[in-house]
Design a protein around this ligand. Sequence first.
Ligand code: PHE
Length: 360
Amino acid sequence: MTELDSLERDLLDQVDAAADEASLDAVRVAALGKKGSVSELLKTLGAMSPEERKERGPLINGLRDRVQNAIGQRREAMAEAALEARLSTERVDVTLPVREAPEVRGRIHPISQVMDEVTAIFADMGFSVAEGPDIETDDYNFTALNFPPGHPAREMHDTFFLAPDRNGQRKVLRTHTSPVQIRTMRSQEPPIRVICPGRTYRHDSDQTHTPMFHQVEGLVIDKAANIANLKWVLEEFCRAFFEVDAVKMRFRPSFFPFTEPSAEVDIQCSRKGGEIRFGEGTDWLEILGCGMVHPNVLRNCGLDPDAVQGFAFGVGIDRIAMLKYGMPDLRPFFEADVRWLDHYGFRPLDIPSLVSGLTG
Ligand code: PHE
């Protein structure tokens, strides 16, 4: 065997033995690189006599071609094997069951559902929706609502105050949705018929109170809106919301600075075993405050109490949700526990409307 034959066999063995791209490339450099064994042989051709070159040239060039080919083939084989391996790990079994789509798996929070229910009911009675910010000025949350500075009723609100601004004014997290009454009366002409659903905040926490909760405000202002209208609207609302023919309601005289006269409304329920159930029992749960809009409030909004009058109410959304859906405790509403949401949540496409039924 000639020297060239044994070099060739040696190189081809190395090509076969190369386990990966890197070692194959090392073989290539060692043979065909600038200082590679085959390249060095090619260089010797230049110094040969023409006869010698004629004989050695084809031998050396042939060796180079075969080594080059072998390397090329090996590289292709490796790429193919790598692709095979990748395809087999990435294989998708199209017969596997599909994961449930969001509209099947997802749940609407009872608060969102109840807000939509309430909106559908009042929209049917001709109310539109108004909104205001969660962070309010003292004026909107209190003063314009006829809470004079220093009035003890302010203390009853367990207010969260923000740090004073540059002018020493302390904004508040609104303690009720009533400031939206002021915003509406200052920006719209009577007749006014709005509801204002939203978040409210008070420093309070137990089974039926959370620091953040939800209310829906109602406001009606026109020439003759009276307390009988107020009572009818609330009764109609409760009948539609609780989906019953009659609801036992109790109007208790009460006090709010921004209404006169004022009442609180309780609804009959049972609290047996800690679970609040609606439509049975001998207990009462307060669900709303209401009254005739105080003349001072109308004046604070640039309205003439001798020309227009009206009523307002504020319903605790979380309370009526607990009552309607039999939830014993308010706190899990805000704990983001998916198991709770699975149990109490609503399907995304069960959109409440008076036509299709409120609860789907
Ligand atoms: N804002 C009152 C509260 O949060 C409720 C209310 C609203 C009372 C409108 C009367 C009229 O307790």
